[in-house]
Design a protein around this ligand. Structure first.
Ligand SMILES: NC(=O)C1=CN([C@@H]2O[C@H](COP(=O)(O)OP(=O)(O)OC[C@H]3O[C@@H](n4cnc5c(N)ncnc54)[C@H](O)[C@@H]3O)[C@@H](O)[C@H]2O)C=CC1
Ligand SMILES: CC(C)CC(=O)C(=O)O
Ligand SMILES: [Mg+2]
Length: 405
């Protein structure tokens, strides 16, 4: 196996190089075995809604790429979210967590759905998702927003604005308001019902995501934009203070700061001004959905969640899309690209990752589209058939010059 150190490529033709590790900071990826195991154990979590449809496609792609590249996988499929609630009464069963922790990497579809929307917080599918992220310690979530040339016209932005966009959005994933205490319901002094959450970041949480982001920016174009709300929120004030301090260790990276309201506007006005962006949990959640539409669809954005050690978690950025579940309409590209990220960042299998990315571009070049990215003159297919076309492209191995995600 090569190594699972991060590989990032500058869109301005900086050479492709392995990520340098600094001894003072935690490794950015999880598996850095001296020699590869004879077989990788992969935990598959289809989840709910469109989850099973898209995971089925991604699994087939992994199996084929594995057989062509001489990589063996052992898959274990487990329950999480609504499916787990129905079967076991909890959204993250112990068996699921244990399987995930003991595997080389985890590939997840999505969780959630109308059926469980009114459940109490601890019995919501989404609570299982937050728990597994926390338990795996995957604090750094890479969400690449890449506009693929054949999809420029699927973007909701004008061609000249969307063409060439290549942003790496880094979202802090295990802190902030989704986890902060205190939270809950209560009554105020007027006897009125209230709901409350806490946006909270400790220095060590900011420092580790900052080091991670600076290293990613170093390997790309050396430009890092930190997005916060430091004009109002104390947690953001500390965030900005720590980023400014840590920037001293990365003189080759140009650090800028932007308030999140402006950033959300700038992403639509001129997305090409951004290269690497880093932000907290909730802002990253929202900005990545926004960035996805620049690329044509939320069905195009994959993600990799990495920690200091242990398996990484790989999942599309979208949810379980209950409105189209079971109708063979889901776009599987985001999950297939998440499988490519699993190979690159989780296992260090760069060649196999690139093979998948090339297959995605080749499938797009051959004109195949699900409804969310369809435009006149292209071929509208379902999730299943798109999966079959991706397999053909994997097999033919055309070097499509795909971006690295
Ligand atoms: N990582 C996860 O498991 C996530 C789970 N959720 C959960 O998913 C459920 C639905 O949430 P929504 O807010 O509707 O967000 P969503 O991302 O599931 O769907 C938003 C819209 O995008 C479309 N869409 C999403 N993925 C698509 C794909 N691959 N191909 C084609 N169209 C796609 C949907 O059909 C829908 O119209 C909720 O229960 C929510 O909590 C939401 C976001 C992330
Ligand atoms: C449960 C949510 C935080 C999931 C989500 O929207 C996401 O991770 O993008
Ligand atoms: Mg989200």
């Amino acid at each position: 196996m090569a190594t699972s150190l991060q590989l990032f490529q500058c869109k301005l033709a900086r050479p492709f190089r392995p990520f340098p590790l600094r001894s003072s900071t935690p490794p950015l990826s999880l598996r850095c075995c001296a020699s590869p195991p004879s077989s990788y154990s992969i935990t598959l979590i289809p989840g709910d809604g469109i989850g099973p449809e898209i995971i089925s496609v991604a699994k087939d792609v992994l199996v084929l790429v594995g057989s062509l590249e001489g990589i063996k996988f052992e898959f274990q499929e487990v329950l999480m979210g609504g499916a787990a609630l129905d079967a076991t009464g909890v959204p993250l069963p112990d068996d699921t967590l244990s399987a995930a922790k003991h595997s080389h990497a985890v590939l997840l579809g999505a969780v959630g759905g109308y059926k469980w929307d009114k459940n109490e917080k601890h019995l919501k599918p989404e609570t299982g998702l937050l728990q597994i992220r926390k338990e795996l310690g995957v604090f750094a979530n890479l969400r690449p927003a890449t506009v693929y040339s054949p999809l420029v016209d699927a973007s909701t932005l004008k061609r000249e604005v969307a063409e060439g966009v290549d942003i790496m959005l880094i979202r802090e994933l295990t802190g902030g308001i989704y986890f902060g205490e205190p939270r809950g319901f209560g009554t105020n002094e007027n006897g009125e019902e209230i709901g409350f959450n806490t946006e909270i970041y400790a220095t060590h949480e900011i420092d580790r995501i900052a080091h991670f982001a600076f290293k990613v920016a170093q390997k790309r174009c050396g430009k890092l934009c930190s997005v916060d709300k430091a004009n109002v929120l104390e947690a953001s004030m500390l965030w900005r203070k720590r980023f400014l301090a840590i920037a001293q260790e990365y003189p080759d990276v140009e650090l800028s700061h932007m308030y999140v309201d402006n950033a959300s506007m700038q992403l639509i006005r001129d997305p090409k001004q951004f290269d690497t962006m880093v932000t907290n949990n909730i802002f990253g959640d929202i900005l990545s959905d926004e960035a996805s539409m620049v690329t044509g669809s939320i069905g195009m954005l994959p993600s990799a969640s990495l920690g200091a050690s242990g398996p990484g978690l790989f999942e599309p950025i979208h949810g379980s899309a209950p409105d189209i579940a079971g109708q063979d309409k889901a776009n599987p590209f985001a999950t297939v690209l998440s499988a490519a990220m699993l190979l690159r960042y989780g296992l260090g299998e760069e060649k196999a990752a690139k093979r998948i990315e090339n297959a995605v571009v080749d499938t797009l070049n051959r004109g195949f589209r699900t409804g969310d990215i369809y435009s006149a003159g292209t071929k509208l297919v379902g999730c299943k058939q798109l999966g079959e076309e991706i397999l053909k492209s994997v097999e033919s191995n055309v070097h499509a010059g795909a971006a690295t995600v």
